[in-house]
Design a protein. Sequence first.
Length: 212
Amino acid sequence: MQIIDLAEQTRILGQVAPTLKSLRQEVESVRAGEIAKPLREIGPIALRAQELTMQCTQQVTLLSTSQYAAMKDGHENLAELVEATTHISLAATLCTFAIHHRTEVLLYEDVDETPTASRSTLAEATEELDRAAMTYRQQAQRLSYRLASFAARREDHQLIAQAVDSPGVPTPPKEHAAGLEDAGPSAVVAGTPHPINTTPTAPAKPATTPTR
């Protein structure tokens, strides 16, 4: 189990919803126009949505290997974040489909040359972005509350301690365990991406020559 800075993770969670709102506004702006240049108008939005999907996936992966998973409702919260990431990825895919709807006139005959299909697809993309934004707002609020509440921190500390004491889970160093108790689940061990072995190796005793 990695012990990470959950206060920083709360900040990152809180930044996702405004980013999604900005993407949504861009999609709505394109949807309101004629979408005459789909690659130039929609392409950058699709790329940013894909990049955000990767960033969110990396954060969820980090949280899943940290003390966050051992906190109250940790696994349920992780599942919700994974679902939200899926919504962002689907929005990126829908934007790509919207590009295709406007460029297929170059490939096929008897297709609709109006932006109607693209507008409909972009509307679906905004719905996916809205769902993801709502989840990220809720998750940031939940984690912020647990870090701010003494009772919640105490409860989470007990759950984390139980998880650390479980068989097969490496135990953090004693000095870090003390810091964790004082600072709550937002304590951080910098530069320790791998579990730390807490049992120091005793120095070998020098061999003694028996006296005659």
